[in-house]
Write a protein that binds this ligand. Structure first.
Ligand SMILES: Cc1ncc(COP(=O)(O)O)c(C=O)c1O
Length: 314
């Protein structure tokens, strides 16, 4: 397998690449020109898995961990790709290099593939890898990150883990998306979804932490095990903050001193309103701020970072 760009992909100039670069079937092309076949089960059945790693200041964050997680998701959904982990790393690197982006949102996706004519047997599909790099995406804008987000606990329940295992990253987002509509209708920005027992799970693209008496709590089940969540769990002891990973009741979230959410797309972001009432004193909390600062300081220091060699973008 070659990751060397073909003559066709070199036809595009650097300007085309600056808003995003995609990799499909051995080709690098501007993201806006990239598409997958319409009958790929990834499109018609949400039969796909993916992962998203970020690049900050020209360096991937925790790249090997993200790639390992992508492989776990593929195995979880009985998928595999022909590219090795090293080849995948080289492809992601090349997408970012060609975009020239220093801060980027980098996605790797495996779709089930196009079924054989007349076949409904997923085993007959050849799973397909596609990747792209685009400018860094923030779940919350600057003002929201500064002032804190307004959240609701949605009436829509998260898909149960017994149906679709949320530890394997997937496109089954309609529960999350319907909850976003409800949040907007109620004047909030983001929803968090409960499970059928009233435990808090997660929201569209993020995990949640509640803070009470200086201790942080994040749900243990029914959630995607986010890399940012993992990073917070790892960094908390450095700040002498106790962290519990256990079921989190909605009532507990209502009693929280602080709430924050975590995502590759933005890091650690405070929530200052829940279900129309202020959280704590209504301002971003001290603990969320401390973890936020340490998270970004580690980025500046190059902790768990992989440098990108931009060379001369062709
Ligand atoms: C459903 C869901 N939960 C949590 C997260 C946060 O995970 P990470 O910190 O790895 O971005 C994501 C990220 O996209 C997600 O889609």
């Amino acid at each position: 397998m070659s990751i060397i760009p073909s003559a066709a992909s070199q036809l595009y100039n650097a300007a085309d690449f600056s808003q995003g670069v995609a990799y499909i079937a051995g080709e690098y092309l501007p993201l806006k020109n990239a598409s997958i076949p319409m009958t790929d089960r990834g499109f018609v059945r949400s039969d796909a898995t993916y992962d998203v790693v970020h690049v900050w200041n020209g360096r991937f964050f925790r790249l090997d961990n993200y790639i390992d997680r992508f492989h776990r998701s593929m195995a979880g959904f009985r998928m595999s790709i022909k590219e090795s982990k090293d080849e995948l790393k080289a492809i992601l690197h090349e997408c970012v290099r060609r975009s020239g982006l220093r801060n980027a949102y980098v996605q790797m996706t495996c779709t089930r593939g196009v079924p054989k004519p007349g076949s409904r047997d997923p085993r007959e599909c050849i799973n397909q890898l596609t990747c792209f790099a685009q400018p860094f995406v923030w779940i919350a804008n600057e003002q929201q990150r500064e002032e804190g987000l307004s959240m609701i606990i949605s009436s829509t329940q998260r898909i149960p883990p017994e149906s679709v295992d949320p530890r394997f990253k997937n496109f089954h987002w309609l529960d999350l998306t319907m909850a976003v509509f409800e949040a907007y209708e109620k004047g909030a920005i983001v929803p968090v979804l409960p499970d059928r027992d009233g435990h808090i799970t997660e929201g569209p693209g993020f995990n949640i932490f509640s803070v009470r008496n200086g201790r942080i709590v994040t749900p243990d089940r029914g959630v995607f095990e986010g890399m940012t969540r993992r990073t917070v769990i790892e960094l908390a002891p450095e700040l002498q903050i106790a962290c519990e990973v256990r079921p989190l009741k909605a009532a507990e979230l209502h009693d929280a001193d602080e709430i924050f959410i975590t995502s590759t797309a933005g890091g650690i972001m405070p929530v200052t309103r829940l279900d129309g009432r202020q959280v704590g004193d209504g301002r971003p909390g001290r603990i969320a701020r401390a973890i936020h600062d340490l998270y970004w300081r580690r980025h500046e220091e190059g902790w768990k970072a992989t440098e990108i060699d931009y060379g001369t973008a062709s």
